[in-house]
Design a binder for this molecule. Structure first.
Ligand code: HEM
Length: 156
């Protein structure tokens, strides 16, 4: 899986400089993600994916997802990250969150993050473009790696 993560970084053009840039803004990102993730679950519960959340403690999910993004943006990519994202991919397969629904979730998060950061008054105009690009590459890394774990769990 670690080799795959390195390959995915190359494929996305995600660099160590991107990871370092995101880390410098990890506190701001954690703050913005608080509201964003809350809105994500409002969105999920109002749409066709809601049936997959029946009987689930959504408050626990909200906290888990916030913590996931907070740690990725603050700590970057290490062995612990690879373990976490692998587990998350497997949990979604076990919960029958199929790839289309799962990937649509990533799409919603990525689009909303880009829109929020593009209009964020606490960021310098010159900083916004590179930061949005770096954050989106990290979100796509997460999506790709979680999907790989989802697929790999098919042959467990
Ligand atoms: C945007 C991409 C998503 C991320 C980053 C994400 C993140 C997470 C995390 C961190 C967990 C906790 C895993 C654990 O227990 O270790 C989780 C569990 C779960 N997620 Fe997601 N999720 C995403 C999309 C979705 C979507 C679209 C659904 C569809 C309804 C969904 C439904 C669930 C369910 C049912 C669980 C298991 C909850 C439980 O066992 O109590 N997730 N997710």
């Amino acid at each position: 899986m670690k080799t795959e993560v390195a390959r995915t970084m190359t494929g996305l053009g995600l660099t160590d400089a991107d990871v370092a840039l995101v880390r410098t803004r990890s506190a701001l990102l954690a703050d913005r993600l608080d509201r964003l993730v809350d809105d994500f679950y409002v969105h999920l519960l109002a749409g066709p994916a809601a049936e997959r959340l029946a009987g689930i403690d959504v408050e626990r999910l909200r906290r888990a997802q916030k913590e996931h993004w907070r740690r990725l943006f603050a700590d970057g990519i290490d062995d612990d990250y690879v373990r976490r994202v692998t587990r998350i991919g497997i949990v979604h397969r076990e919960r029958r969150i199929d790839p289309p629904i799962y990937m649509q979730g990533y799409g919603w998060i990525a689009a909303r993050l880009a829109a929020d950061l593009a209009g964020d008054a606490d960021l310098d105009a010159a900083e916004r473009g590179p930061l949005v690009a770096a954050v989106l590459r990290l979100v796509m890394l997460d999506m790709s790696t979680a999907l790989l774990a989802w697929q790999a769990s098919l042959i467990d």
